[in-house]
Design a protein around this ligand. Structure first.
Ligand code: SF4
Length: 328
């Protein structure tokens, strides 16, 4: 079968990706609508960079991460990995691409088999993809466990014998076992104590350099995302509303929603008093998103045309894109 390919410096390119879930109702369970969990996102990841995807819970960022890794089937749009269109890959081709794209999940305990020793958990993907027995990979796995900061005897222990931070290290070791090119980390520290969050974040940064990884880092906490990311995309109601370099986004946020999110970050220095922007109302249902700009019912800067026309993500500079009629 011929493959659609496109030349690119990017490891990953996502074009107009949508993920809808049908809503059924009535006696015959007919489709009566869609939950638009991801409603048109386009982004690209350069090799070796960390791209942070941020937004409130329910904005679609986790669904976007799982659709990009092809754990979920996209409804529309394209996903290019190393220039190959992997959107409709199935069977052996999908399995093959999966070893290059791994995920780290929010709840490490739920994603680790409690009946398996840590050594077996980390070795499992190696056996699945390359065959052989546990013994064949023992030295390699031992080395990996040390690299993620676990004690030497971790190999023979079970997940319940570890703390939350250590379990996340096990999850990271398992994700790294196949030497992937891209890691999608979905809220990897939000289930951890604040005291261990920065240790796990720093570990991810170190491993990224050592393994030459590209990272899609998904989180709701803007200060965590800033610490990790080279570039950031802000999501609202299934849409990407702003994309910029991390420093630029914090210094000069353009979208009213990004401005509100940034104004809510606590300032370590009390002399830096910036006024917090309080948004009215709640995030609308993705089953029934507002017509026009999806943010208009809550936007402090909404204009009459915002309830009619949906803005597109456009560049205000080459590297800074925003989806807002104020800039069109
Ligand atoms: Fe606010 Fe209008 Fe911009 Fe939407 S398009 S963010 S409603 S100003």
């Amino acid at each position: 079968m011929s493959q659609q390919t496109q030349k690119s410096e990017h490891l990953l390119e996502v074009k107009e990706l949508r993920k809808y879930y049908p809503v059924r109702g009535g006696f015959f369970r007919k489709k009566i609508g869609d939950v638009k969990a991801v409603d048109n996102i386009s982004l690209e990841l350069k090799r070796g960079e960390t791209f942070g995807l941020v937004g409130e819970s329910g904005c679609g960022k986790s669904t976007a991460g799982r659709t990009i890794t092809r754990l979920f089937k996209p409804t529309e749009g394209k996903i290019f990995f190393e220039g190959k269109d992997i959107t409709r890959y199935r069977g052996p081709r999908l399995r093959n691409i999966r070893k290059d794209i791994q995920m780290v999940f929010q709840d490490p305990y739920a994603s680790l088999n409690p009946k398996m020793m840590v050594g077996s958990i980390v070795t499992e993907p190696l056996i699945n993809y390359h065959g052989g027995s546990e013994r064949k990979y023992k030295d390699e796995v031992m080395e990996l466990l040390t690299k993620v900061g676990l004690p030497e005897d971790a190999y023979y222990k079970y997940p319940h014998e570890f703390s939350g931070g250590q379990r996340q290290r096990i999850g990271i070791a398992r994700a790294l076992a196949l030497k992937p090119k891209l890691i999608v980390a979905d809220e990897p520290v939000s289930a951890l104590d604040v005291s261990v969050q920065s240790q796990v974040l720093n570990l991810l940064k170190e491993l990224q350099k050592e393994f030459n990884l590209t990272l899609l880092f998904i989180a709701h906490d803007l200060s965590v995302v800033k610490h990790m990311s080279d570039r950031i995309g802000v999501m609202y109601l299934g849409n990407l509303v702003e994309v910029a370099d991390a420093d630029e986004l914090y210094k000069d946020p353009k979208h009213p929603y990004t401005r509100a999110l940034i104004s809510a970050i606590p300032q370590p220095d009390p002399r830096n008093k910036s006024e917090r922007i309080i948004l009215k109302g709640d995030v609308p249902s993705p089953q029934n998103p507002p017509v026009g700009c999806p943010f208009h019912p809550r936007c402090p800067e909404a204009m009459p045309e915002c309830s009619e026309k949906k803005p597109q993500l456009k560049g205000v500079t080459e590297e800074h894109r925003v989806s807002c009629l104020l800039y069109e």
